[in-house]
Design a binder for this molecule. Structure first.
Ligand SMILES: Cc1cc2nc3c(=O)[nH]c(=O)nc-3n(C[C@H](O)[C@H](O)[C@H](O)COP(=O)(O)OP(=O)(O)OC[C@H]3O[C@@H](n4cnc5c(N)ncnc54)[C@H](O)[C@@H]3O)c2cc1C
Length: 434
């Protein structure tokens, strides 16, 4: 019987286990994870922190689901991988021998690298235990400083505010998340944050965390200003967890390199989810997504190939629909500034920032805004803020690479009602009744 070992109990690992079990009721499956809380919704942590989601709703799996999955679960940290011996070492918990191994090790938050970063009161939002730790600290704190530019930083800002703290948000440049949002979109998020009582500090870097008896007492900025606080929270990106793969000699770059079959440079070892840098034969580029849905799809595809199939993974257009500073926002496909990714941000995709020969057009004002990235014949990306009626049509038009030639000129005319043109076109092309 083939021994399947899955390292990681996140959505990629669990979906892989589901797919292996679906194909073989008698398959031997072991899941290893060091997280004592097992499988839970990581995106849900932000809503748990803000008090909107009760703890029990974080758990995606019920007891019955676990029984049905029928896997051996080992709570331990994997410490060494020996591909030649097909052996995964688990420190004091022993070792496992595998025939097929899936590395679904996810990613971990990048830590601040400034003096004082090790002090009690410096936090991140990565795991269930991180969230609990923030709750505990927040009970005795009055103020917090948050640094970072993407989704997680704003989720930390909102979560800490919801705990009743006075929150200072440091932005490195002159606006929020400039390599994904345009200026209007950034300003909308900033305006909402200011309305929620957040103190925004532009062009501000944390240079040092100040201490009092081993705990955070404040932050000194690069400009020399001191801000008192008891918590410093960082949402400055993530690193795919590839240390085991690297030490074992597997090919890695920004993540664990896999081909379109999710296979690593070792034939019996696969990788999926946040940890994997996946090759796309259509573009010839290997990218990292740190998104829930692609992790799920990759877990499923890897499982098919671990059980003897030969199924290429086809990358869908990367989408995230979330709430930022109280505003709904859908980010679909390529929308960024085209800058090469310097870091990996949680809840995003490297593909968002690739922009070959495109024109950006936008419409709407206030809280409801739409921005399109228009290619020669197709739509390549969109940001929909506020009202979400257009999000699904746009996702379909972009994913299906629908030829927009009939409406391209209209979309480029500033005087045209963008929303109406898109809806009419979508009805026509999808055959849906208007
Ligand atoms: C606060 C937050 C907000 C997010 N928001 C969004 C969002 O809005 N939209 C979206 O699409 N995505 C979002 N994400 C990202 C999304 O949750 C991840 O992309 C997804 O969970 C990745 O799943 P994964 O299975 O690859 O990895 P993970 O869920 O990270 O699971 C990896 C597992 O591997 C285990 N592990 C790693 N190394 C070892 C080892 N050596 N030994 C033992 N166990 C190990 C870990 O303990 C963990 O259980 C968010 C994430 C967070 C934390």
């Amino acid at each position: 019987m083939i021994r399947h070992v899955i390292l990681g109990a996140g959505v990629a690992g669990i979906t892989a286990a589901e797919a292996i079990r679906a194909s073989d009721q008698t398959a031997d499956i072991t899941i290893v994870s060091e997280d004592p809380h097992g499988f839970y919704s990581r995106p849900g942590l932000a809503y748990y922190l803000s008090g909107e989601l009760p703890e029990k709703q974080l758990y995606v799996y019920s007891k019955e689901d676990w029984q049905r999955l029928n896997v051996r679960f080992v709570q331990a940290r994997a410490t060494r991988l020996l591909p030649q011996e097909h052996r995964l070492e688990l420190g004091e918990a022993g070792a496992l021998i595998y025939d097929r191994l899936l590395l679904a090790t996810g990613s971990t938050a990048v830590r601040l690298n400034i003096p004082g970063a090790e002090l009690q009161g410096v936090v991140k939002l990565d795991t269930f235990d991180d969230t609990r730790h923030i709750f505990t600290l927040a009970r005795r704190a009055r103020s917090a400083v948050v640094v970072g530019g993407g989704i997680i930083a704003v989720e930390l800002v909102e979560g800490l505010r919801a705990q009743g703290l006075n929150v200072h948000y440091f932005l490195r440049g002159e606006r929020y998340w400039p390599n994904v949002l345009d200026e209007k979109e950034s300003r909308l998020v900033e305006k909402r944050l200011a309305e929620h009582g957040i103190n925004l500090h532009y062009h501000t870097d944390a240079a040092e965390i100040l201490e009092k008896r081993g705990k955070v007492a404040g932050v000194r900025t690069a400009k020399g200003e001191n801000i008192r606080c008891e918590i410093v929270a960082a949402g400055i990106g993530v690193r795919p967890r590839m240390e085991l793969a690297q030490a074992a000699g597997l090919a890695t770059e920004r993540g664990i390199l896999v081909d379109e079959y999710l296979q690593t440079s070792q034939a019996d070892i696969f990788a999926a989810g946040d940890a994997a840098q996946v090759f796309d034969p259509l573009t010839g580029i290997s990218s990292i997504d740190t998104l829930w849905y692609p992790a799920r799809q990759q877990g499923r595809a890897a499982a098919q190939n671990m059980t003897g199939g030969r199924q290429p993974f086809r990358r869908n257009v990367a989408v995230n629909v979330l709430r930022l500073a109280g505003v709904m926002i859908a980010i679909i496909g390529s929308v960024g500034t085209g800058e090469e990714p310097l870091d990996v941000a949680r809840g995003s995709s490297e593909t968002w920032r690739r922009l070959p020969n495109t024109i950006a057009v936008g419409s709407g004002g206030g809280v409801n805004q739409v921005r399109l990235t228009i290619g020669e014949q197709t739509l390549l990306g969109a940001v929909v803020m506020g009202e979400q009626t257009l999000a699904r049509p746009l996702q379909e038009l972009i994913s299906n690479q629908v030829d927009i030639t009939p409406v391209r000129d209209q979309l480029l005319q500033p005087s045209m009602p963008l929303g109406q043109v898109l809806m009419d076109f979508w009805y026509t092309t999808s055959g849906k009744p208007s």
